[in-house]
Design a protein around this ligand. Structure first.
Ligand code: CAA
Length: 257
């Protein structure tokens, strides 16, 4: 299936999406978002894919929503088209998604990375929500996800001033899980995605669902949810295999069911 704005491939059990609009620093226009959803639909439906990896170029993961496409919009258009809602489908995916971020992850680019489950950052990565400089504010979850992740003070500062933070500050703030030398980013990110993809797929999906529950409910409810799902895992063949393999001192061969 042809893509205009993405490179899409499967490497082993990893579904790899490379954002590919170099002329616009991977600005996220409506074609790109539609194609990203199409690629993710394919990976979700493919039992051979256990983890998705989204990346950009060395210069930009994505420099935000496409300003040139947005600039002429008016309120009724954005409201009627439910502008931005399509983006949120990335956060509703059930398989784990890793974002490998080099260069700029600004505005919608930072928001896209935050819709993924793990952000690995190259040491040249820069994150920010500069929408205020354009006379708007983040519209794809930036005021909400960034605040939950880095806390109110830093989120307020980034959203109100448009200041960018570098990879080290992003790691200190809990936005990224690891900073990696730029030249090694893709190899490390593939290794991480391959590790996740080598686990039992249903168990990895349930784990993702359970961690995400922490953002959406009380601690007591979250613990109850975790306990029910943990108990349910004992109905899977992969729990039997995983524990038996440990006892027999051999690697587990998960059947993904
Ligand atoms: N939309 C459209 N085009 C963009 C773009 C964007 N978000 N970001 C960069 N580009 C284009 C530039 O217009 C330029 O195109 P031309 O060569 O045709 O002029 C090309 O990409 C290269 O960009 P620069 O020449 O500006 O590159 P630079 O290295 O000098 O600067 C940058 C890099 C600091 C990232 C700068 O491009 C920039 O500030 N980009 C905009 C960042 C931004 O404001 N993002 C938020 C967008 S709004 C949003 O995302 C809303 C939301 O929450 C959903």
């Amino acid at each position: 299936m042809a893509y205009e704005t993405l490179l899409v491939e499967t490497r082993g059990r990893v579904g790899l999406v490379t954002l590919n609009r170099p002329q616009a620093l991977n600005a996220l226009n409506s074609t790109l978002v539609a194609e990203l959803n199409r690629a993710l639909d394919g990976f979700e439906a493919d039992p051979g894919v256990g983890c998705v990896l989204i990346t950009g170029s060395e210069k930009a993961f994505a420099a935000g929503a496409d300003i040139k496409e947005m600039s002429g919009l008016n309120f009724p258009q954005t409201y009627l088209d439910d502008f931005i809602t399509a983006w949120d489908r990335v956060s509703q995916r059930r398989k784990p998604i890793v974002a490998a971020v080099a260069g700029f992850a600004l505005g919608g680019g930072c928001e896209l990375a935050m819709m993924c489950d793990i952000i690995l950052a190259a040491d040249n990565a820069r994150f920010g929500q500069p929408e205020i400089k354009l006379g708007v504010m983040p519209g794809a979850g930036g005021t909400q996800r960034l605040t939950r992740i880095v806390g109110k003070a830093k989120a307020m500062e980034l959203c109100l001033t448009g200041r960018m933070m570098d990879a080290q500050e992003a790691e200190r703030s809990g936005l990224v899980s690891r900073v990696i030398p730029a030249a090694e980013l893709m190899a490390e990110a593939m290794k991480t995605a391959e590790t996740i993809a080598s686990m039992s797929l249903p168990i990895a999906m349930m784990t993702k669902e359970s961690v995400n529950r922490a953002y959406e409910t009380t601690l007591a409810e979250g613990i109850r949810f975790e306990r029910r799902v943990f108990h349910a895992m004992f109905a899977t063949a992969d729990q039997k295999e995983g524990m038996q393999a440990f006892v027999e001192k051999r690697p587990a061969g998960f059947q993904n069911r």
